[in-house]
Design a protein around this ligand. Structure first.
Ligand code: NAG
Ligand code: NAG
Length: 503
């Protein structure tokens, strides 16, 4: 990992003037805002730039966070990892407390409004454990086999039905095309999770084209049970890893199901949202998802998003390191989700364009649609170090969510609506960068703002950036499944307004 990161730096400095390269070498020796700065297997920087502190999140992930002391909000004041064992970090009690409340305060009043950044198992380096029960599925298998590595099942559903808590289901490489979607409806425990993963090093595609609702007719309804290549309901403590889900009636549909981890998934060309969390959903991690070209012919583009966390509630949900692009509706959509969600290190672009000839076209086209409803509900979402560019409408919008949202170090560039549209909320906007959007920002009464590009003033055009080459962030992920670090939309003068891919 160190080799990879060092080579990135040498590529970076190779393109720059000597004085700037010296400056950047200094900066990137320390973690950038919201960058990883520790965790098992981590060999990159373990300290952060001035004003930022390396905070333990879980055994696999520490992160540079800003030390704040605002009453009633998070006070992240320590760099010391918790002294708990790795197994205790996966218990449900650790999931229901924030890092801060478990670490630096015993006041129960502090736990009520703080958005947890304590998550479980959130990095790609946390490979699914395959000790103990392992069940194999292969395109060359048979459901009358035993499920052992040399006697694999053919059906993913067969493996799910056979698995007991603690089992890992390894799907061997290949394309699977089940005619029925896969029902996941039972729970593991905090210490006995279920895992469904591609066999390490092998590429697994699950094609939903033969499932019901691909597509459903215009204005037809889609039965709840038919939603999702994986329909996950009343099923807690599952991990899904390294699967590509295409042409389905939704890719992942997780409803009334909590403590689930979704790592390194790809969802594209589905006939509804690529990925949806709905209902009573808590402590789910959506990490390093790529979700694109999802569309909904049955609604002419009204509701297929890259990532939808909609119509529900529950604490502790985290979105990190995702890319959501060219979806018919929005990149991310939090419509009628009532509880704060943490979104970071995520990019959305090209959403809301009618690439399918729908008529009349109903797509919205916001990169980050952070609420809305009928009626609107307030939710204090936190969005940081995210990029939103070239979307049909807004970069980031409260969309009627009248909660107090926090947006820090995000970049909105070349969106056809407003960069930061928070007209309906008393939100807090800090250190964000808006460049070349149709309009720059709005903010409701009671909101606060500082350090944003429009507060700093001056001209924020493309000449300000080291690079505007979108291929730096739209191409393949690196060997750790991270978005490659680059100069994309970094300011040439070295100031750190807006987002960075150095994370
Ligand atoms: C898909 O469905 C069609 C029609 O039901 C069937 O003929 C075909 O065999 C199915 N394909 C697969 C791969 O199951
Ligand atoms: C933004 O507007 C321009 C000019 O009308 C148009 O060419 C472009 O396709 C639009 N982009 C998106 C993402 O809608």
């Amino acid at each position: 990992m160190e080799m990879i990161r060092l080579s990135r730096i040498s590529v970076v400095v190779g393109c720059l003037s000597t004085s700037l390269s010296l400056f950047l070498q200094g900066v990137y020796g320390q973690g950038q805002p919201y960058a990883q700065c520790g965790g098992q297997g981590w060999t990159g920087p373990t300290t952060c730039v001035a004003g930022w502190t390396c905070v333990y999140s879980n055994d696999w992930y520490s992160q540079c966070l800003q030390v704040t002391t605002t009453a009633g909000t998070t006070s992240r004041t320590t760099t010391t990892p918790r002294t708990t064992t790795s197994s205790s970090s996966r218990t449900s009690s650790s999931k229901t407390t924030t890092f801060v409340s478990s670490k630096t305060t015993t006041s129960s009043s502090r736990t009520s409004t703080t958005l947890s950044t304590t998550t479980r198992y959130t990095t790609t380096s946390a490979a699914p454990s395959a000790t103990g029960c392992v069940i194999y599925v292969s395109t060359a298998g048979s459901d009358s086999n035993t499920g052992a590595i040399n006697s694999p099942f053919a059906g993913i559903q067969k493996a799910v039905d056979t698995a007991k808590p603690g089992c890992t289901i390894y799907i061997r490489g290949g394309t699977y095309k089940p005619s029925k979607n896969i029902q996941v409806g039972k729970s593991g425990t905090a210490s006995q999770r279920y895992t469904v993963a591609a066999y390490p090093g092998e590429k697994v595609i699950i094609d939903g084209d033969n499932m019901t609702g691909t597509p459903a007719a215009l204005d037809a309804s889609l039965d709840n049970a038919d939603r999702g290549i994986f329909h996950i309901q009343n099923a807690n403590y599952w991990t899904f890893k390294s699967l590509e889900l295409i042409n389905g009636p939704y890719g992942i549909y997780n409803r009334d199901a909590s403590y689930n981890d979704f790592l390194d998934l790809i969802t594209h060309d589905n006939y509804e949202s690529g990925f949806q969390l709905e209902g009573n959903v808590a402590y789910c991690n959506v990490i390093n998802l790529d979700s694109y070209m999802n569309r909904d012919p049955r609604k002419n583009g009204e509701s297929a998003d890259g990532l939808a966390i909609k119509q529900g509630r529950g604490e502790g949900n985290v979105v990190r390191g995702c890319r959501l692009w060219n979806n018919v509706d929005d990149g991310i959509d939090l419509w009628m989700f009532e509880t704060p969600i943490l979104i970071e290190n995520t990019l959305a672009w090209g959403n809301g364009v009618n690439r399918w000839g729908f008529s009349p076209f109903e797509g919205d086209g916001n990169g980050f649609k952070l609420g809305g409803g009928d009626p609107d509900v307030p939710a204090n979402h936190i969005v940081r170090n995210c990029f939103s560019f070239r979307n049909a409408v807004d970069g980031f919008t409260d969309n009627g969510n009248y909660g107090k949202l926090t947006l820090d170090h995000n970049t909105a560039w070349k969106n056809n609506g407003t960069g930061f549209d928070f007209a309906d909320s008393p939100s807090k906007l800090t250190n964000n960068l808006a460049s070349n959007n149709k309009a720059t920002y709005t903010l409701g009464s009671g909101g606060s703002q500082s350090g944003n590009s429009w507060n700093i003033g001056g001209t924020w055009n493309d000449a300000r950036f080291i690079s505007t080459d979108t291929s730096l962030v739209t191409g393949p992920r690196d060997s750790n499944n991270m978005i490659p670090a680059s100069n994309f939309l970094l300011l040439a003068d070295g100031t750190t307004t807006g987002a960075t891919t150095h994370m």
